[in-house]
Design a protein around this ligand. Structure first.
Ligand SMILES: [Zn+2]
Length: 272
């Protein structure tokens, strides 16, 4: 078969698959790249990979093709806490510089946030908050959305976002209750659902309009690869009483709109 015919056939097969989007994962940590390729060819055509420190930010920039893989650059609390004091300021400066230099190549700032995993981590809450505020400030300055990590820290996250008047907010791996989900919706934030079922999560999905929902794999920490967003989308479909295809379509559209994916695709084509 001529190359063109093969391409057309591949195109046809591709289009018949249900399209999905992964709103949050860490591709730099997935050792087996064939898993990423497989996710894309089986329908997860939009993947947001989030950086958490200097090396993963560099890797995210390398992996992003702005066709299927899109990069967000961030600094997550875990890595900030673990940095030696003498390295802290220059590491933050370097990564904020990276965000400024690559504004046109990235789709967001993330992962950022607060993590009160235990008393030790909560004990350095003021350091975490200080860095988070700088990163939110950077995102607002660059007019980019943020992906926020909020383990055991949602009340403080809500306060900071409100204080800073941040508008383009994605609460990744949302662990709040229905009341917190309603507050997020009231403020126009997006909530994403990882591929793990819990009764609390089901209640949150039930009270959150589908327009405020996205699916994420958080792979390889939670899901194995971006393919696992299918589980999140199936859970949402079940709770919302819609078909998997309908849920996939809505969630994909939400993710693309929130992160400005189509615009990024077009601008990267023009650049080439
Ligand atoms: Zn993550």
């Amino acid at each position: 078969m001529a190359t063109k015919a093969v391409e057309q056939e591949e195109d046809r097969l591709f289009k018949s698959l249900t399209e999905l989007a992964d709103a949050h994962c860490h591709l730099d940590l997935i050792q087996d790249f064939s898993l990423i390729k497989k996710a894309i060819s089986s329908g997860v055509q939009t993947i947001i990979t989030d950086g958490v420190d200097t090396s993963s930010n560099m890797k995210a920039l390398e992996l992003a093709d702005n066709k299927n893989i899109f990069a967000a650059l961030g600094m997550d609390p875990e890595h900030i806490i673990k940095l030696p004091k003498s390295e802290l300021e220059k590491t933050i400066e370097f990564n904020i510089g990276l965000m400024h230099q690559n504004t046109n190549r990235i789709i967001g700032i993330g992962e950022v946030g607060l993590d009160y995993k235990d008393d030790k981590w909560k004990g350095v809450a003021s350091l975490q908050k200080k860095v988070l505020k700088r990163l939110i400030g950077t995102a607002m300055e660059l007019d980019l959305p943020i992906s926020v990590h909020s383990r055991n820290s949602l009340p403080d996250i809500f306060d900071i976002l409100n204080e800073m008047n941040a508008r383009r907010v994605h609460l990744h791996y949302f662990e709040g209750d229905e009341k917190e989900a309603r507050l997020a919706v009231e403020r126009g934030y997006m909530i994403s659902v990882p591929p793990i079922e819990s009764s609390k999560r089901k209640r949150v999905i039930a009270v959150t309009p589908i327009n405020n929902l996205m699916a994420e794999s958080d792979s390889p920490a939670v899901g194995k690869s971006p393919s696992d967003v299918e589980t999140s989308a199936r859970l949402i479909a079940l709770i919302k009483g819609i078909t998997f295809e309908e849920a996939a379509m809505e969630l994909t559209r939400n993710t693309k709109e929130f992160f400005g994916i189509e615009k990024k695709k077009r601008s990267s084509l023009i650049r080439i």
